[in-house]
Design a protein around this ligand. Structure first.
Ligand code: ATP
Ligand code: MG
Length: 287
């Protein structure tokens, strides 16, 4: 059926923090391809798709200009490049926060103290938007990397950079001061292609992979006396499956539980009389 479809191009990061998870999500969608480290492009053998491996900074513009139809990239990079693209789906990885940080000894205590101060960053657009929204005018110094050494060298009074554990800040005598933007990886599409059938097919696969990942398959045993109490705790996709055990008056219940309230649910299930609880990962959920 795919002969009738256009071959799409999806741009993902060639190497770096988003590469591995981007490749993984495409493979989990059942796509077969070689993850060539040396080449720029790889063809999917069982879907009309080509994968372009690029620097993450270039991905939003490639998608905006239609050189790629789709892309996987951090929201921070999309905002920073001001590219006009359609956000199709948040992907749940590459989570990070862009923060302003100052030296431990700094006299900067509230946002207004940033007025007239120099802030080093690789994200001048995002920082400018943030400062403008707060009515603050600082001197933004754009540098492409290692912004955290700026204050120590007397290059800037503060920095604005991606912070995850805070380890890099600490080792440079800095402390986080204000959150500017939180970000995660998203699937983006060219504005003209976003509602084409091939995109819909891929999007459906990605969503079923994401939904499977955020759920667990649970099997448990319960006596019929406690069955209703246990079933009340388990929504399942439609409703739980109940099958008889060899032991009279006992049944096995099969259901799906959201990862988010997993431990709460397990404890309530035990309290309601569930025994021998098995928990298994789900590969895909197609609804
Ligand atoms: P490229 O060579 O492709 O330009 P890069 O060095 O610019 O790579 P990476 O450090 O690989 O980029 O980060 C890619 C993206 O991963 C970031 O733009 C951000 O969205 C996300 N990310 C998640 N956690 C972090 C983190 N702790 N530090 C930096 N980026 C992070
Ligand atoms: Mg980059």
């Amino acid at each position: 059926i795919f002969n009738t479809l256009k071959t799409l191009k999806i741009a993902i990061q060639k190497s770096g923090r988003l590469n591995e998870k981007s490749v993984e999500i495409l493979k989990n969608c059942g796509l077969t391809f070689e993850n060539y480290k040396s080449s720029l492009i790889s063809s999917v053998t069982n879907f009309p798709l080509e994968i372009l491996f690029l620097r993450d900074d270039d991905i939003p513009e490639y998608v905006q200009d239609g050189i790629a139809d789709l892309g996987i990239v951090g929201e921070n990079v999309i905002t920073e490049t001001k590219a006009k693209v359609t956000h199709l789906q948040k992907l749940g990885f590459g989570k990070c926060t862009l923060k302003i940080a100052v030296q431990n000894s700094s006299s900067i205590e509230k946002l207004e103290d940033l007025n007239g101060k120099a802030i080093a960053t690789s994200y001048p657009v995002i920082l400018e938007n943030f400062l403008q929204s707060k009515g603050i005018k600082s001197d933004i110094r754009t540098i492409s990397g290692s912004v955290e050494i700026g204050p120590g060298l007397g290059l800037s009074d503060a920095i604005c950079d991606i912070v995850s554990t805070g380890g890099t800040l600490k080792s440079n005598g800095l402390k986080p001061f204000a959150d500017v933007m939180s970000s995660e990886a998203v699937l983006i599409g060219n504005e003209a292609i976003a509602d084409h059938p091939e995109v819909a097919e891929l999007l459906q696969r990605i969503r079923s992979v994401l939904s499977a990942k955020s759920n667990k398959y649970v099997v448990l045993n319960v006596s019929k006396d406690n069955l209703q109490k246990v079933v009340n705790l388990l929504p399942g996709v439609k409703s739980p499956t109940v099958v008889p055990l060899f032991e009279p008056n006992w049944v096995a219940v099969h259901s799906v539980i959201a990862e988010a309230d997993f431990w709460d649910k397990i404890n309530s299930l035990k309290a309601a009389g569930a025994e021998g609880i098995l928990v298994m990962p789900i590969e895909k959920i197609i609804t």
